[in-house]
Design a protein around this ligand. Structure first.
Ligand code: PXP
Length: 244
């Protein structure tokens, strides 16, 4: 099981102080320093999301991580033609296609692949032609898993947000949905990843989801990093992920 480390919130903090004057100042915290710290902690890849509204990561961040950091780069992006151009310039190893709404705090809900088949099929093919392996960030629904396979995506990332943010029987139900979706995805030949809201204490339940090869984790690592530093935070998570 691999650990992708999402460092968006390092840029969130930087933008809170320096948005609009990035070139004039020496902004902090530095995204490249964060990527290096994550690498020292054992990150298997670096994930960043260049959002349409550029609220945290800028295209320049993606370019410099691509240039300076010798780890695979996973670019999360909205499924649009404009973002395809960004991916063309950044040349990430992986692209995770996500839905985007400006008003949302974070990526809320998965991509509706079933409703956008032909458009997404073209996008997946265009990204593959650039050399990127594409995953679809989807809710753990059969329909979305099947549509992802049908349009030729090699990977899915199952949205664990609802699993992470529910308790009791809702939580159990979400875990069951994740288990079923992972099994179906694997049977259709898809590589299966998961992400969103995952915390260290979720690991025993995550271990029950079959065929997972990668977790993408951000917020909890940056939160923990405030107290122990990012390398240590990533190291703790990596140890947990490796013991699954
Ligand atoms: N995977 C995807 C596709 C995401 O959009 C995010 C959030 O940016 C994550 C994983 C990581 O979620 P979190 O920050 O809650 O760990």
């Amino acid at each position: 099981m691999l650990l992708g480390v999402n460092i968006d919130h390092v840029a969130t903090l930087r933008q809170a102080r320096y948005a609009g004057e990035l070139s004039a100042a020496v902004p902090e915290p530095d995204v490249l320093d964060a990527a290096r710290a994550a690498m020292r902690g054992g990150a298997d890849s670096i994930t960043l999301h260049v959002r349409e509204d550029r609220r945290h990561m800028q295209e320049e961040d993606a370019l410099s991580v691509r240039r300076e950091i010798p780890l695979p780069l996973n670019l999360e992006m909205g499924a649009t033609g404009v973002m395809l151009q960004v991916a063309h310039r950044v040349r990430p190893d992986y692209v995770c296609l996500v839905p985007e709404r400006r008003q949302e705090v974070t990526t809320e809900g998965g991509l509706d692949v079933a409703a956008r088949r032909s458009e997404l099929q073209e996008l997946v093919a265009a990204l593959a032609a650039q050399g990127a392996r594409v995953s679809m960030f989807i809710d753990p629904d059969d329909v979305q898993v099947e549509a992802s396979a049908a349009i030729g995506a090699p990977m899915v990332e199952l949205h664990t947000g609802r699993f992470a943010n529910t308790a009791g029987s809702d939580h159990e139900q979400e875990l069951a949905r994740l288990i079923a979706a992972a099994s179906l995805a694997h049977s259709l030949g898809l590589e299966v990843h998961a992400g969103h809201g995952i915390r260290l204490f979720h690991m025993p339940e995550i271990a029950r989801i079959p065929h997972l090869t990668e977790l993408n984790i951000g917020h909890t690592l940056i939160s923990r990093a405030i107290f122990v530093g990012l390398s240590q935070a990533v190291r703790e998570m990596k140890d947990a992920v490796q013991s699954l």
